[in-house]
Design a protein around this ligand. Structure first.
Ligand code: ADP
Length: 169
């Protein structure tokens, strides 16, 4: 027979296991693909302990790029940015893990690579703001919208990695 606290604890454990983990949208932009740093970027997310649940390569149309960057419509660099995003292959990804949205942004570094800390992806691998090689969702709402824009639900894979019990308490 279980004591009440033990039963509650087990229930919480089950809920924690059943609760969907946080997901974020990460894209390697055309400059990152052309410069041959995609494996390095994937490696950084992978080694941290985050889990890849969706990935594809595509050349987004200008219209699609415009949808992705709709928040920046009023900015002077918007058109150039959309043209650039659709200028070549992009690696679109969904990464999963505890705190992946916020920590993914930390791995990426500041928008302007000149201001990104060394050790971050943009700090180590990029120089100018219009060629900063990677995109990452900036919050839970954006992550949800961007994942829905770039991926169909069936393109995302739910699985347990053997490493999880060594990554999470
Ligand atoms: P982030 O990608 O870090 O979330 P923003 O959402 O503010 O940054 O901007 C989207 C993208 O627009 C940036 O990654 C960058 O490539 C481009 N960008 C931002 N500011 C400028 C700028 N002043 N000039 C040119 N491009 C810019």
């Amino acid at each position: 027979l279980l004591t009440l606290p033990a039963a509650v604890y087990m229930l919480q454990e089950q809920e924690a296991l059943a609760a969907p983990m946080e997901r974020t949208f990460i894209a390697i932009k055309p400059d990152g693909v052309q410069r041959g740093v995609m494996s390095e970027i994937i490696t950084r997310f992978e080694r941290k302990g985050f889990k890849l649940v969706g990935i594809k390569i595509m050349i987004p149309s200008k219209d699609f790029a415009g949808k992705h960057y709709h928040d920046l419509k009023e900015r002077p660099f918007y058109k150039g940015l959309c043209n650039f995003l659709s200028s070549g292959p992009v690696i679109a990804m969904v990464w999963e893990g505890e705190g992946v949205i916020r920590y993914g942004r930390k791995l990426i570094g500041a928008t302007d690579p000149q201001k990104s800390e060394p050790g971050t992806i943009r700090g180590d691998l990029a120089v100018s703001v219009g060629r900063n090689i990677i995109h990452g969702s900036d919050g839970p709402e954006t992550a949800k919208d961007e994942i829905a824009l770039w991926f169909k639900p069936e393109e995302l894979v739910t699985y347990t990695s053997n490493a999880e019990k060594w990554i999470y308490e």
